[in-house]
Design a protein around this ligand. Structure first.
Ligand SMILES: C[S@@+](CC[C@H](N)C(=O)[O-])C[C@H]1O[C@@H](n2cnc3c(N)ncnc32)[C@H](O)[C@@H]1O
Length: 240
C-alpha cells in the first residue's frame, strides 16, 4: 500500500461516522448501545462499520456491558455473513460510575440478549492473559483468521497482541482504546502502540472519540518481529 492509498484509507474512514449518522434506524440502535458503553458513539459507529466490512472473525477484549460488542454484532448481522466473534470479559463490579453495576458479566449477557445478539457472540468470562482463555481462543481460531481486533481492557495491549497476534489477518482492523486517556491506562497504552507503529507492526488510520486509536495490523512486517513468547506458545505449549 503506498502513501496515497493510506491517506485514502484514513479519509474514507473519517466519513463513516457522518454517513451512518443519517441512517436513522441504525443510528438509533447504535445510540442505544452507546447508553451502556464507555466508548464515544463515533467509535461504536466505526466498530459497527469494521465488523460489517472486515473479512474473517472478530476478537474483542473488554466487553464490559456490551456497548462495543453490540456495535460489532450489529455490523456482523448487517454483513449477512457468518463471522466468528469472540469477546473476553473479566467480570466483577463497578462502583461510583454512571455505568455502575454489581455484576458486569450478568449485565453484559442481558444487554446482548436484549439486542437479539446473545447467540452471535462467544463470550469468555475470564482474563485475556489467563492460560485457559488463551487456549480457548487459540482452539477456536486459526492463524490469520481475525479481521477485527478490539482492545478495551487494561493498560497492556502489547501483552494481548503477543498472545493473539498470530491470529490476526494481514491488514486486520485494530481498535485500541485509551491511547489518550484521563485514567492511568493512557500512558502505557500510548507507549506500546507507538512502539508497534514504529516497528511497522501497526499502521495508524486515525484517532477518534475520547482517545481511541484506530489502525491496521501489518502481517508481513509482524512475521519478522514475532516475539519469542508467541513462538513458544505456538510450537510448544498450546495446540494450534
Ligand atoms: C473500559 S471497559 C470496556 C468498555 C466497553 N468496550 C464498552 O464499549 O463500554 C474495560 C473492561 O475490560 C475488562 N477487563 C480488564 N482487564 C481485562 C482483561 N485482562 N481481560 C478481560 N477483560 C478485562 C474490565 O472488567 C472492564 O469491563
Amino acid at each position: 500500500m503506498n502513501s496515497r492509498d493510506e491517506i485514502e484509507d484514513c479519509l474514507e474512514l473519517m466519513q463513516k461516522p457522518i454517513e451512518y449518522r443519517y441512517q436513522k434506524a441504525l443510528h438509533h440502535q447504535l445510540m442505544k448501545a452507546a447508553d451502556h458503553s464507555m466508548l464515544h458513539p463515533d467509535v461504536l459507529v466505526l466498530i459497527y462499520h469494521m465488523a460489517k466490512v472486515s473479512e474473517g472473525g472478530i476478537l474483542e477484549i473488554g466487553s464490559f456491558l456490551g456497548g462495543s460488542t453490540i456495535a460489532a454484532g450489529l455490523g456482523v448481522r448487517e454483513s449477512g455473513k457468518q463471522k466468528k466473534f469472540i469477546s473476553i470479559e473479566l467480570g466483577g463490579q463497578l462502583k461510583d460510575h454512571r455505568l455502575a453495576t454489581k455484576n458486569i458479566f450478568r449485565d453484559l449477557e442481558r444487554n446482548l440478549a436484549r439486542a437479539g445478539l446473545r447467540d452471535a457472540v462467544t463470550l469468555i468470562n475470564g482474563s485475556s492473559f489467563e492460560d485457559k482463555t488463551i487456549a480457548a481462543v487459540r482452539e477456536a481460531t486459526a492463524r490469520g483468521e481475525i479481521g477485527l481486533f478490539i482492545s478495551d481492557a487494561d493498560s497492556n495491549v502489547r501483552r494481548d497482541i503477543d498472545s493473539y497476534g498470530d491470529r490476526f489477518a494481514d491488514r486486520c482492523w485494530v481498535v485500541i482504546d485509551d491511547y489518550v486517556s484521563a485514567t492511568d491506562k493512557g500512558g502505557p497504552t500510548r507507549v506500546q502502540v507507538d512502539e508497534l507503529v514504529a516497528t511497522g507492526r501497526l499502521r495508524t488510520i486515525g484517532f477518534y472519540g475520547w482517545g481511541t486509536w484506530v489502525g491496521r495490523w501489518l502481517l508481513h512486517v509482524a512475521m519478522f518481529f514475532l516475539p519469542a513468547q508467541i513462538a513458544w506458545n505456538q510450537w510448544f505449549m498450546v495446540p494450534v
